[in-house]
Design a protein around this ligand. Structure first.
Ligand SMILES: NC(=[NH2+])NCCC[C@H](N)C(=O)O
Length: 417
């Protein structure tokens, strides 16, 4: 575990996990910006933080070491001279700020924050116009004179990153390396900067090989990546992950970085493009050696492609295997039978309601032991009767961002099974 990363499954006993405690970014969310920022409602921050603290505490009670994205980023930026300056410049490049004068004023403001963790929190929180003394109209640039109001009236100079507590998506640990993603939306793509700097400069993680890079041509997100075993991945072709990203990933994993990467087989699941199905992990998650929770909408024949390493240098073999989810998972895991447990039991109304609040998005801390959202009582009852050990996370406010316990966590280390 040279670089501290080690993930070969979805269910091996969880040892180390990365979270982000929701912060002031949620106080910069306004109704007008919700859709653009991929959020569905305005959470009550204090309660969201209390729920999140309970989530972290539940994990610690299970012996899991809890890491925080904001803390690791601050440590990475403090570890190497010039790293914070490099980060600030790139954050400004990607901030959507218009005009040189505004950029200089924001840079000065950000540089004046002494404590690096406070600085990192601020980069996530976003910036209101009232916080910065913008120079009076002395500039000779039209962009400075018009500012960002050309995109419509807004009180924000720089958007917040409200989805940062979904640490699952900007990057994904696979084996001993990382897919550093290029994300689907401009707004969330800014979240991948934190991973970039952690895996470049953090003393414990800087040697991690990257299986994917944030400057790649296609977008992909961690919610679409499931580690089935040490050499097999499942990836969704979804709203968030393009087929081209999976081609690129296969090239990198099988060939470019083949000497470091253990993955030799990728199953690509083509799932419908919709918000309820946004990532593969909103459709199914593994909860035990042979059990998965699923969205009932995914039953029936699915289009699935199996990618394996070919014989010639650079060759990737692709086999189309249209079959049911059950059969594909049995083949991929080498099991006679897997059990799919439907969100909402057999009740279509409960299924739709609880799926919306991530009823099939669970975080497995050991085989058969899973974190679930408290509010999904119908699904939780079914899981309980199936013999699962449930760790129940309060979820009135956290669920408003459309992500569950799996979305809110990025495992850094799991024990082998
Ligand atoms: N892995 C996941 N399912 N993540 C859910 C992310 C939700 C977030 N609001 C988004 O739209 O991006």
């Amino acid at each position: 575990m040279a670089n501290g990363l080690y993930v070969h499954s979805e269910i091996g006993p969880l040892k180390k996990v990365l979270l982000h405690r929701p912060g002031e970014e949620l106080l910069n969310l306004t109704p007008d910006d919700l859709e653009r920022l991929l959020f569905d409602d305005i959470p009550f921050l204090e309660v969201a933080q209390a729920e999140h603290d309970r989530f972290a505490e539940i994990l610690r009670e299970q012996g899991v070491e809890v890491l925080y994205l904001e803390k690791l980023t601050a440590e990475a930026l403090d570890a190497v001279p010039g790293a914070r300056e490099e980060f600030t410049n790139q954050w400004l490049d990607e901030s959507g700020l218009k005009g040189k004068a505004a950029r200089a004023a924001v840079k000065e403001y950000m540089d004046s924050i002494k404590d690096t963790k406070t600085f990192v929190d601020k980069t996530i929180a976003g910036l209101r116009k009232e916080e910065i003394d913008l120079p009076a109209n002395s500039s000779s640039l039209l962009a400075d004179l018009v500012g960002s109001d050309q995109d419509g009236e807004t009180d924000l100079l720089i958007d917040p990153m409200p989805n940062t507590y979904f640490t699952r998506d900007p990057f994904a640990v696979v084996g001993k390396g990382v897919n550093l993603n290029r994300m689907f939306s401009v707004t969330r793509n800014r979240e991948t900067l934190y991973g970039k700097f952690i895996f470049k400069y953090h003393p414990d993680y800087k040697d991690a090989p990257l299986w994917y890079r944030r400057d790649s041509a296609y977008h992909t997100e961690g919610g679409d990546v499931l580690n089935l075993n040490a050499h097999t991945l499942a990836i969704g072709i979804s709203q968030r992950t393009q087929a081209g990203a999976i081609d690129q990933l296969a090239q990198n994993m099988f060939w470019e970085k083949g000497d470091q990467c253990e993955i030799d087989t990728i199953y690509a699941f083509n799932i419908p493009v919709s918000r309820a199905f946004m990532h593969l992990d909103t459709v199914f998650t593994q909860i035990d050696v042979d059990k998965f929770t699923i969205h009932p909408g995914i039953m029936g024949t699915l289009q699935v492609f199996k990618l394996t390493k070919g014989a010639q240098q650079g060759e990737v073999k692709i086999e189309e295997m249209n079959d049911t989810l059950e059969h594909v998972l049995e083949k991929a895991l080498g099991l006679d039978q897997v059990k799919l447990i439907k969100c909402g039991g057999g009740d279509p109304v409960a299924a739709a309601r609880e799926q919306w609040n991530d009823g099939s998005n669970t975080l497995c801390v050991a085989p058969g032991k899973i974190c679930v959202y408290q509010r999904n009582s119908v699904t939780n009852d079914v899981l309980y009767k199936e013999g699962l050990d449930l760790l129940v996370v309060p979820s009135a406010e956290l669920s408003r961002g459309r992500g569950g316990p799996r979305c809110m966590s990025m495992p850094f280390a799991r024990e082998d099974l």
